[in-house]
Design a protein around this ligand. Structure first.
Ligand SMILES: *Cc1c(COP(=O)(O)O)cnc(C)c1O
Length: 798
C-alpha cells in the first residue's frame, strides 16, 4: 500500500471510507490522521509477526528492558521515516490536499516519562530495533502522562495530560495475554516432604492487560515490541467493597508520578513498581516456556535489564517464581536470577536513592518481602564472614537497614552488572557513592555513556541540516553516526560554513515564530539563541542563568554605552508540582522576563522567553534553533545529561561545567569548541566533605552578586514583594548548597567570551561544525552496541 504514490492514495481513500463511513469530502483532519496511523500499523504487522516468529525459531538470547517511564513523543513521522515511506506518503497526501505536518500536529505526545531517564528508554528502543537486536521494552500504560504545564501570571499551573482522549492508533490490546498480580493478603508456609512451601492467601488480585506497540527499526525489517501494561479489575474480584476495589485497581496505571529526583514513599508508587515487574516477568517466562522446558538455563537465553531501581523488585519476583512455582532451591534460583538481571544507576543524588519503609512494603507484598529479607540475611552473613565484627560496614551495606528497604543495594546485590551513564558518573559511583560495593564486586561495575536517537533529533528534527550533510558526505551517516566526522574536511570551507549559518538562522526564525505566537514577544533571529531546556531542579541551576540575566539587565541600565551581542535567553522546564523551590524559580524567570522584555532601553539586546509545557515535540523545534547549550549543573550532580548531546548534534556550542557527559563532549571537541567554567566535581565533593565554602563571602566581595541577590527581596520586582525570599534564603541563609554564587563570576566571564566569539560568524560556524562532526559518538546506536556486547550478550537477528 506504500509501494507507489498512486497505490497509497487509493488505499488511503478506501480505508478512510471503511473506518469512518464518510466520503473524503466530509472527512476531518483527525480522520486522516487515524486512517494513516491504521495503515502504518497494518503495514508493520507483517514484519512484526515475522520478527517474533524468527525470535521463536532461532532461540536467540532476548533482552527485556524494564522501565517505569518511556518518553516517546510522537510516533507518526518516526515510523514513516524508519519504514522508508515518508516521501511517498507526504507527496500522496499533498495531492489530496492534506499536509503531513498538519496531521503530525494532531498526534498527542506519548509523555509517559519525566525527563532524561524516560527519554533514554525511548531512544534505546529505537536503536535496538534499528540494529536488529532482540530487545523489547516493558512499561506502564499510564492513562495520564506527565502533567501539561500552563504558565498563568508567571506561575506554573498543572493540568492532567490526556494523550489517550482520542485513542492511541499505535497500540494493540492483547486481552488474552493478561496476567494476575497479587497484593496484600498473607503468606502461609507448610512442610511438604521435608521442604517448606509458601502460599500467598487472601490476596487482592489485579489484572494486568498488555497493550503492544510496534517498534520499527530504521531501514530494516525488524519490528520489536514495547509492551505497556494496563491495570484492570479482576473478573471475579474477591472483595467486600467492589467500587473501592475498582477505584484502587485502576489508580495503579492512572498517573505517572511527576517527580524524577525525589523518592516520595507513596504506597501507590510501590504498587506500580510491583505491578510492572510481576506482569512483565510472568509474560517473559510464558514466552520462554514456549521454547524451553526448564527454567534452569533462563540466564542463557534471557537478560532482564532494570532502568534505575524502580523495577528492582524483578529480583525477588523472579526468585519467587523460581522457588515457589518451579520448586528450585534457593541457591539454584539465586544463581539464575543474579545472572539474568542487570542494572543501570542513574543518580548519586541522595534524595533520589529509593528506599521503602518496611511497614509499607511488608503488608503490601508479603511474600516478596520475605524473599528480600532472606536476600538481606544471606548477604549480611557473607559480609560478616569476610570481616567478622564489622557491624558498621554491615549496616552501611545491608539491603534492609533502619526499617527501610534500600532499593539500590538490592539492585547491586541481585544483579550481574551495574553501570553508570557517563564516564565521570561511573567513576563517582566506584570511588565515592558505591565504593564499598565496588570493592566487594569490582567486576560488576562498568560504564555505558548515554546516547540519543540521533535520527529523531537530527534527521527528523532538522531536515535542512540533514539534507546538507547528506549532500556533502552521502547518506550512510544515517546508519553509522561516526561518519559525521567526515564533515571535518569542510571546517575551512567558507561556502559550507555560510550554508550552515543560513540553516541555523532559518531554524531560529521558525522558533521565533513559535515564540511570537505563544508568548507575544518578537525576537530577532540574528541574536544569540541561548537555551536551557530540561527539568527544573536546584542542581541544574537555572537560577545561575537567571541571576546572570539580571546582572546583564543591570549593566545595560547602569551604562548606556554598554553594548552586548544581542541575546535571546530561552527556558523550558517543568517543576514537580510539590517542589516549592523549583516553582519559585519558574516565577522568577517569568518575572525577570516581564521586566526585561518591556524595558525600552534594553530593546533587542536582551530578551527572555519561558516556553511553557516543554515536551519531546517542542524539544524537536528548539534544539535545531539553539546557538548556545546551557549545561550548567553543579559538577558531580548531573549523571550524564542527554539534552547536551541533542544540542551538540544540531550545532549548538556547550556552555557548561565539567559534569556528566560534558566531560566527554569536551574531550571530543577540544578546548576551543566548548565553553567550560566553574568548580570541578572533585572540588564540589571536597567542599561537601570538608566544608570551607561561605556563600556570604561572595555576596560581600562581588558587587555584581550583591546587587542581583538584593534585588530578589528589595522591591526591585514591586508586584511580588515577598515572592523570592526563599531563593534569597537558600543562597545566603542556607549557604547556597549548589554553589551558584561560587560559580557566578566564572559563569559571567565565560558568557562574555561566548558573546565575543559569536561576533566572529565564520569562526562560530566552524566551532559548530566541529561539534556536529563529533556528535556521532553520542548516538544511542553506539551505546546499545556496548550494552549488547558487554552486558546482555545478544546478537543481531539478521
Ligand atoms: C532530552 C530530554 C530531556 C533530558 O534533558 P537533560 O538536559 O539531559 O536533563 C528532558 N526532557 C525532554 C523532553 C527531552 O527531550
Amino acid at each position: 500500500m506504500f509501494s507507489s504514490k498512486e497505490k497509497f492514495k487509493h488505499t488511503f481513500l478506501k480505508r478512510l471510507e471503511m473506518l469512518f463511513g464518510k466520503s473524503f469530502s466530509e472527512s476531518t483532519p483527525r480522520d486522516h490522521y487515524q486512517t494513516l496511523g491504521h495503515m502504518i500499523r497494518e503495514f508493520v504487522s507483517n514484519d512484526w509477526i515475522t520478527t517474533n516468529e524468527r525470535y521463536l525459531a532461532t532461540k536467540n538470547k532476548q533482552v527485556y528492558y524494564l522501565s517505569i517511564e518511556y518518553l516517546l513523543g510522537k510516533l507518526l513521522r518516526q515510523n514513516l521515516m524508519n519504514l522508508g515511506v515518508e516521501g511517498i506518503v507526504e507527496e500522496g497526501l499533498g495531492e489530496l490536499g492534506i499536509e503531513l505536518t498538519g496531521l503530525e500536529e494532531l498526534e498527542p505526545d506519548a509523555g509517559l516519562g519525566n525527563g532524561g531517564l524516560g527519554r533514554l528508554a525511548a531512544c534505546f528502543l529505537d536503536s535496538l530495533a534499528s540494529l536488529n537486536l532482540p530487545g523489547h521494552g516493558h512499561g506502564i500504560r499510564y492513562k495520564h502522562g506527565l502533567f501539561e504545564q500552563k504558565i498563568v501570571d508567571g506561575y506554573q499551573v498543572e493540568l492532567p495530560e490526556q494523550w489517550l482522549r482520542s485513542g492511541n492508533v499505535w497500540e494493540v490490546r492483547k486481552a488474552d495475554l493478561a496476567v494476575s498480580i497479587p497484593f496484600w493478603g498473607k503468606v502461609e508456609s507448610r512442610n511438604e516432604n521435608g521442604r517448606l512451601v509458601f502460599r500467598h492467601l487472601h490476596a487482592e488480585t489485579v489484572t494486568a492487560v498488555p497493550y503492544d506497540v510496534p517498534v520499527a527499526g530504521f531501514n530494516t525489517n525488524t519490528v520489536n515490541t514495547l509492551r505497556l501494561w494496563n491495570a484492570e479489575p479482576a473478573q471475579f474480584p474477591f472483595h467486600k467493597d467492589v467500587l473501592k476495589y475498582k477505584r484502587e485497581t485502576e489508580a495503579i496505571s492512572e498517573f505517572l508520578y511527576p517527580d524524577d529526583t525525589h523518592d516520595e514513599g507513596k504506597i501507590l508508587r510501590l504498587k506500580q513498581q510491583y505491578f510492572l515487574v510481576s506482569a512483565c516477568i510472568q509474560s517473559i517466562l510464558r514466552s520462554y516456556r514456549k521454547q524451553h522446558s526448564s527454567l534452569e538455563q533462563l540466564h542463557e537465553y534471557v537478560c532482564i535489564h532494570i532502568n534505575d531501581t524502580h523495577p528492582v523488585l524483578a529480583i525477588p519476583e523472579l526468585m519467587r517464581i523460581l522457588i515457589d512455582e518451579e520448586g528450585l532451591d534457593w541457591e539454584q534460583a539465586w544463581h539464575i536470577t543474579t545472572n539474568t538481571i542487570s542494572y543501570t544507576n542513574h543518580t548519586t543524588l541522595s534524595e533520589a536513592l529509593e528506599k521503602w519503609p518496611v511497614h509499607i512494603f511488608q503488608p503490601l507484598l508479603p511474600r516478596i518481602y520475605m524473599i528480600v529479607e532472606e536476600i538481606n540475611e544471606r548477604f549480611c552473613r557473607q559480609l560478616w564472614e569476610e570481616s567478622p565484627g564489622d557491624w558498621e560496614r554491615i549496616s552501611q551495606l545491608a539491603v534492609i537497614a533502619d526499617h527501610y528497604v534500600k532499593m539500590a543495594h538490592l539492585a547491586i546485590v541481585g544483579s550481574f552488572s551495574v553501570n553508570g551513564v557517563a564516564r565521570l558518573h561511573t567513576e563517582i559511583l566506584k570511588e565515592r557513592e558505591m565504593k564499598p560495593f565496588f570493592h566487594l564486586y569490582p567486576d560488576k561495575f562498568n560504564n555505558k555513556t548515554n546516547g540519543i536517537a540521533y535520527r529523531r533529533w537530527l534527521l527528523k528534527a532538522n531536515p535542512a541540516l540533514s539534507a546538507l550533510i547528506t549532500e556533502k558526505i552521502g547518506s550512510s551517516w544515517t546508519q553509522s553516526a561516526h561518519e559525521l566526522t567526515q564533515l571535518l574536511q569542510y571546517q575551512n570551507d567558507h561556502t559550507f560554513l555560510r550554508q550552515l549559518e543560513k540553516i541555523k538562522i532559518d531554524n531560529k526564525q521558525k522558533l521565533a515564530d513559535i515564540i511570537y505566537k505563544q508568548n507575544g514577544v518578537a525576537v530577532d533571529s540574528m541574536a544569540i539563541f541561548d537555551v536551557q531546556v530540561k527539568r527544573l531542579h536546584a542542581y541544574k541551576r537555572q537560577l545561575l542563568n537567571v541571576l546572570h540575566i539580571m546582572y546583564l539587565f543591570n549593566r545595560i541600565k547602569e551604562d548606556s554605552s554598554y553594548e552586548m551581542t544581542p541575546r535571546v535567553f530561552v527556558f523550558g522546564a517543568k517543576a514537580s508540582p510539590g517542589y516549592y523551590y523549583a516553582k519559585k524559580i519558574i516565577k522568577l524567570i517569568n518575572t525577570v522576563a516581564d521586566k526585561v522584555n518591556n524595558d525600552p532601553q534594553v530593546g533587542d539586546q536582551l530578551k527572555v522567553i519561558f516556553l511553557e509545557n516543554y515536551l519531546v515535540s517542542l524539544a524537536e523545534k528548539i534544539f535545531p534553533a539553539a546557538d548556545v547549550s546551557e549545561q550548567i549543573s553543579t559538577a558531580s550532580k548531573e549523571a550524564s545529561g542527554t539534552g547536551n548531546m541533542k544540542f551538540m548534534i544540531n550545532g549548538a556550542l556547550t556552555l557548561g561545567t565539567l559534569d556528566g557527559a560534558n566531560v566527554e563532549i569536551h574531550e571530543l571537541v577540544g578546548d576551543d569548541n566548548i565553553f567550560l567554567f566553574g568548580l570541578t566535581a572533585e572540588e564540589v565533593l571536597h567542599y561537601y566533605r570538608h566544608g570551607g565554602y561561605e556563600s556570604v563571602e561572595y555576596y560581600h566581595l562581588d558587587q555584581r552578586i550583591r546587587e542581583v541577590v538584593d534585588q530578589l527581596v528589595n522591591g526591585f520586582f514591586p508586584d511580588v514583594y515577598n515572592e523570592f525570599e526563599p531563593i534569597f534564603d537558600s543562597l545566603l541563609g542556607e549557604n547556597d548548597q549548589y554553589f551558584v554564587l561560587k560559580d557566578f563570576a566564572a559563569y559571567t566571564n565565560t558568557q562574555e567570551k561566548v558573546g565575543e566569539a559569536f561576533r566572529d560568524t565564520l569562526g562560530w560556524q566552524q566551532k559548530s561544525l566541529i561539534n556536529i562532526a563529533h556528535a556521532g559518538y553520542f548516538s544511542s546506536d553506539r551505546t546499545i552496541k556496548e550494552y549488547a556486547k558487554d552486558i546482555w550478550g545478544i546478537r543481531p537477528l539478521y
